[in-house]
Design a binder for this molecule. Structure first.
Ligand code: HEC
Ligand code: HEC
Ligand code: HEC
Ligand code: HEC
Ligand code: HEC
Length: 465
């Protein structure tokens, strides 16, 4: 197993030479299901991957336009709500609207601030509070200079005054705040503002420039959703982020209506709820409907299939195949150093007595550390596994299910006696680990209900020995 760990570590560093041929080769190697390393084994590995800083960051367009504006240059979302009420209502319950006030973001951000002497303030703020970052209200890190609109996270006037993209990571959007609102059509008539289509808002790269976070010093991919999408089947067929995420139900669907008071009737109006995996947070925010939509998204993403056989000596060989059937990127994606997906396997005899279990949740709401985990963890400068993104020197553990792909795990389970056994397997998801929440609560001194697990897929079978 040691050898496998080492193989994993030498594949990863070449990922950092962005733009060179080695990267694609590394990506292909990374998606082969050979490197089965458990989190515990990855933690025990002592080899530290040598990391070179990236030489180039993908640039599609270079801008000379100034990107700092006077406070107040961007309009408040309340203003837009006057005419775009339905869109406002959906957006205001999205994680985008919550990106700065997010009580699960803030402690992580403040810890980064403390541990880096503030070096991360404007980096994190660029995406989580873009209005403040572009109008000089950040720093100070604590947001004490913010005006009301800056607190509303990623809001209407940030996205709709974007006229181009200068860089495909770390928020490379070009802003042109003013009377022209850039959107997907450009044919609407509004007395309040002009509209213009710059062929950007229906493109994945509009989302990708934020949904791609690269550590500025070490080149580690912190969030890789864009790069992953661009190189997979969905990216090649141009099935966009908007196709799946700007519709209220998973998959591609249409919601006819008007985008504005006095607007034209449209056969499809873009949904602004930006649903993802955060059902726990949405429930905590009191957005029950969004939480349910989120669970629907999660359930649409995966399928579990089983193949089983019992050997003569009574060993159950159970192969669990996890398929990514619905997501346009790996599952999980995004902040996979906080999010987890894992397998629960339980084998019970005829009396219902459990003779084997893996991946169960204990009384502290922590997941069995020996479970099969699908997630990412970083490796810090000392070679230890970490979920602190700012300390990432490289990838320490990465096991996720590629889009339209699968990963499989074989369990060898000794059966205690002759008889029939019931086998239950479940693919589980948490948008954050209980450990991350414990850490947050320790810092804030608050109390919160335990993280809730979501069942993404399940399969059962019976075996005879
Ligand atoms: C006085 C009413 C009014 C206000 C206030 C208003 N809009 Fe609009 N907006 C409209 C109308 C009407 C349309 C045309 C809708 C249609 O026909 O589909 C429109 C269209 C748009 C579009 C679509 C552009 C496209 O691709 O065709 C965007 C984007 C937009 N508005 C953004 C905003 C933003 C951001 C704000 C707040 C800063 C805002 N609007 C405030 C009335 C308004
Ligand atoms: C994260 C960026 C983002 C935010 C925040 C955002 N929008 Fe949009 N909006 C988009 C994108 C992208 C589209 C085009 C979607 C597509 O082409 O499928 C769009 C489409 C629209 C349209 C045209 C809808 C249609 O189908 O005709 C209007 C109007 C609009 N947005 C208004 C708003 C208003 C008002 C707000 C705030 C309440 C807002 N947007 C917040 C990204 C955003
Ligand atoms: C300005 C940067 C930015 C842009 C542009 C942007 N996002 Fe996001 N997005 C974020 C941030 C930051 C979060 C996390 C907010 C949080 O959880 O606090 C997020 C969260 C999400 C989520 C997760 C929701 C959940 O339930 O966890 C989805 C889905 C999403 N964005 C989709 C999109 C799509 C689709 C687009 C393009 C139309 C887009 N985003 C454009 C920054 C951005
Ligand atoms: C084919 C449909 C599809 C496409 C295309 C797609 N997504 Fe997703 N996305 C999903 C589904 C389904 C989920 C729920 C499963 C999950 O949470 O991983 C999801 C989850 C997410 C999440 C939540 C993180 C997580 O794993 O829980 C984010 C963030 C996100 N998508 C962003 C994007 C961005 C950005 C793009 C474009 C680069 C994109 N998605 C393209 C279907 C899609
Ligand atoms: C280039 C844009 C970008 C930058 C820079 C960025 N983030 Fe994020 N952040 C995102 C996106 C996109 C998501 C949502 C991903 C997902 O849903 O899985 C997110 C989600 C998060 C979350 C999860 C919130 C939740 O409710 O689950 C935390 C915590 C977080 N970011 C912390 C940080 C910190 C700390 C920094 C600075 C060191 C930072 N981010 C910098 C784009 C960014």
């Amino acid at each position: 197993m040691k050898r496998l760990v080492f193989a994993l570590l030498i594949v990863i560093p070449s990922l950092f030479f962005v733009g060179c041929g080695a990267k694609n080769a590394a990506n292909e190697a990374a998606s082969e299901p050979v490197e089965k390393v458990t989190v515990a084994e990855a933690a025990a590995a002592t080899e530290v991957a040598a990391v070179e800083p990236p030489e180039v960051v993908a640039r599609e367009e270079v801008t000379e336009k100034p990107q700092m504006f006077e406070p107040g240059a961007f309009e408040s979302p309340e203003r837009c709500a006057n005419c775009h009420r339905d869109i406002y209502d959906d957006w205001s319950k999205s994680m985008h609207a919550n990106a700065w006030t997010d009580e699960w973001y803030q402690p992580d951000y403040m810890l980064a601030h403390e541990e880096t002497d503030g070096a991360t303030d404007t980096l994190c703020g660029a995406c989580h509070a873009p209005l403040a970052a572009r109008t000089g209200l950040l720093p100070p890190a604590d947001g004490s200079k913010f005006d009301e609109r800056s607190r509303r996270g990623i809001s209407c006037d940030f996205c709709h005054t974007v006229s181009g993209i200068a860089q495909m990571s770390n928020m490379g959007h070009i802003s042109e705040p003013g009377n022209v609102k850039f959107g997907p059509r450009g044919d609407g008539r509004s007395l309040y503002h002009e509209v213009k289509n710059v062929n950007l808002h229906s493109e994945s790269k509009f989302c990708g420039s934020c949904h791609m976070v690269i550590h500025p010093a070490t080149g580690t991919y912190i969030i890789d959703t864009w790069d992953d999408w661009k190189n997979n089947e969905y990216g090649k067929q141009d099935i966009s982020c908007q196709d799946c995420h700007m519709t209220p139900t998973p998959g591609i669907s249409k919601t006819p209506g008007r985008a504005s008071l006095m607007g034209k009737h449209r056969d499809n109006v873009a949904f602004h709820g930006f649903i993802g995996g955060s059902s726990y947070v949405q429930d905590e925010l009191g957005n029950a409907e969004q939480a349910e939509m989120s669970r629907e998204f999660l359930r649409s993403a995966a399928e579990v299939k089983l193949a089983e056989q019992v050997t003569a000596d009574g060993t159950l060989e159970l192969t669990v195949d996890v398929h990514n059937v619905g997501a346009g990127h790996k599952i999980p994606t995004g902040t996979t150093y906080i999010r987890i997906m894992w397998l629960q396997v339980e084998v019970a005899d005829e009396t219902g007595k459990v003779v084997y279990s893996s991946g169960q949740v204990d009384d502290k709401n922590h997941v069995d550390p020996d479970a099969v985990f699908f997630r990412v963890l970083f490796r810090d400068a000392e070679g230890n596994l970490t979920g602190k993104s700012w300390r990432a020197h490289g990838i320490g553990y990465d096991r996720r299910i590629p889009a339209k792909g699968m990963d499989s795990e074989t369990y060898k389970i000794p059966l205690p006696a002759k008889g029939e056994y019931q086998v239950n397997t479940r693919l589980m998801y948490r948008s954050m680990t209980q450990e991350s929440l414990d850490e947050i609560l320790k810092r804030t001194g608050e109390k919160r209900p335990p993280v809730v697990s979501v069942e993404m897929a399940a399969a059962k079978t019976k075996v005879m020995f």
